[in-house]
Design a protein around this ligand. Sequence first.
Ligand code: SAH
Length: 412
Amino acid sequence: MDFPTYPSGLRLAGRRVVVVGGGSVAQRRVPQLIAVGADVHVVSPEVTPAIEGLVGSGEITWHQRGFEDADLDGAWYVIAVTDDPAVNERVGELAERQRIFCVRSDDATRGSAWTPAVGRHAGVTVAVLGNREPRRSVALRDEILEALREGRIAAPHHRERSPGVTLVGGGPGDPELISIAGRRAVMEADVVVADRLAPRELLGELPDDVELIDVAKLPRGRSAQQAEINRVIVERALAGKRVVRFKGGDNFVFGRGYEEVIACREAGVPVTVIPGLTSPVAVPAIAGIPVTHRGVTHEFTIVSGHLPPGHPESLVDYSALAQMRGTVVLMMAVENAASIAEALVTGGRKPGTPVAVVCDGTMPTQRTVLATLGTLGASIADERVQPPAIIVVGEVVRVAFPEAFPAPAADG
Ligand code: SAH
């Protein structure tokens, strides 16, 4: 008769766990064992580079040879994942005799333990054991985790309750491109203060009792607006609320995030930061443009173009930038693109240098306009480019679009 398994949470910290085999299955199991603090011993003549890295960093012990019976001495748990069923069988037999639970990758029915699909959320471990249908277990685990993250299956009092402010970077716009930690923080907030460029689709999933403050509706003028944001987040946190300051990209990349950190610190409000995928890297990537490429550039420079070159308040040295050879990524630069291109050419970059303008990255309206430094101003006007846009300048654009820029940039 086929009995179901008896689930149990093994506390493996400091306990010897033997993994026999060093291939791809071992590679998937070992990090999970490290994460629970097990004393992991891998026995295998060869291991994958990833496992070798864990050996190098001292996180596991590698016995570089074939399995020997004595390997199981003192073990609490063993995982037999070699590609030789005879070895797995031998490990299984010995484990059985010594009453050590054994997982077998080649034939689960011959092991005494099965590995569930595992996920964790806010201190809870979710483990799903299907009837040897791993894909179904994984899908079910993901559904449960997602429901937990979104608060669909947690009573409100189970939410994280400690008050304070969390700066959450939402990534370039697509709601799939926020981090897991960021998403969780947003879903657990009492108050969300959101910018125009934050991934707004996520806000539609917020529980009804969450207070949503739209920064676009706060007073005009950047300084007044920022003062009001600082005031609101501090005030709500002091009132015992969990506040999320939700922005597009990363809060510390032209996001005034650190001003909010300072405001919180001055008020004695605890503040944490969850970084986001920043648009000057993520938006070109989504458009198929690498910001670096071997043999093409050894640097990329991210520049705010909100002030034109030569403006008394500008902190950018355009002649130095022009002298460098690597990629330049311009943000907030649609309005000043023509004068920035001119400054770069004056400083020494070739007018034929390829340029890509990526508008509305990750949104349904995303498009890429190709130009050169010489034609950038005209192209932006002709194509009616509107913010938000990321402007990538440099040879990496030719790497991405060789057919649009066949010959290397000519001199002059
Ligand atoms: N903190 C954000 C940047 C804020 S500044 C980050 O880390 O990404 C705003 C500028 O970011 C815009 O003017 C534009 O240049 C760029 N930007 C942000 N999201 C964008 C997107 N989805 N597509 C194109 N540009 C984007």
